[in-house]
Write a protein of this length. Structure first.
Length: 223
């Protein structure tokens, strides 16, 4: 069975309707309605099989779920060079936020020095979901031990009025407030960020359990 055949067999019409509401910017008919655990199971089988490279080369895919499985398969590639090459090939085909957001390649975790130039390139991309993916990788991989203030400026540099890009910027800065508060809080002053992004970042931080009440009290004054 092809990946599409496996996905079609696992489809759920009720879940399809739910997914179509979450992803309004792609055609509803491109959504089969497959739940994430089933897609991850299919991806693991493909990643271990001789069909992996053929599936990754079969772009563009027919349906939304094939794109999700594609990124889940990429996330299983352990060799950094092979993994990042597969990511770069696929990113231009990413057309919605769930595909951009679902997978985090395992090969990225121990290769931050090699990864950072790619993140900088992705964030500068005019393609919304490439830039969004770059911001998410910066958030996931560089707000911990490897953090420097440079990364806040890099996230702030993402340009564009697209809702899904600006929402990821806000998610990044809200997470940065939780993990690197002292360095990040100056960006909550008016003028440092797009005003919508600034206010949304504060809102998300106020909703977070990872931001202290003391910090939230200060942030409330900056809204």
């Amino acid at each position: 069975m092809t990946v599409y055949d496996q996905l079609y067999a696992a489809r759920d019409e009720g879940y399809k309707e739910f997914q179509a509401k979450l992803v309004p910017n792609i055609p509803a008919e491109s959504i089969l309605g497959v739940r994430t655990p089933a897609m991850r199971a299919i991806a693991k089988e493909v990643a271990k099989s001789g069909e992996r490279d053929g599936f990754l080369a079969s772009l563009p895919h027919t349906c939304y779920e094939e794109n999700l499985v594609h990124f889940f398969v990429i996330a299983e590639i352990r060799d950094f060079a092979t993994c990042v090459a597969a990511v770069e090939t696929f990113l231009p085909y990413v057309d919605c936020w769930p595909v951009s957001d679902q997978a985090t390649p395992k090969a990225f975790r121990k290769n931050h020095e090699k990864l950072l130039p790619y993140i900088k390139k992705w964030i500068a991309s005019p393609h919304v979901y490439t830039a969004r993916f770059g911001l998410r990788m910066l958030m996931n991989e560089f707000l911990g031990e490897d953090f420097t203030k440079e990364y806040l400026e890099l996230a702030a540099s993402a340009a564009g009025e697209d809702y899904y890009l600006k929402m990821m910027q806000a998610w990044f800065f809200a997470t940065a407030l939780a993990k690197q508060y002292d360095a990040t809080v100056p960006y909550m002053e008016p003028g440092r960020l797009d005003e919508w992004v600034r206010k949304k970042s504060i809102q998300k931080a106020l909703e977070s359990f990872r931001v202290s009440e003391e910090h939230k009290e200060y942030l409330r004054k900056m809204r």
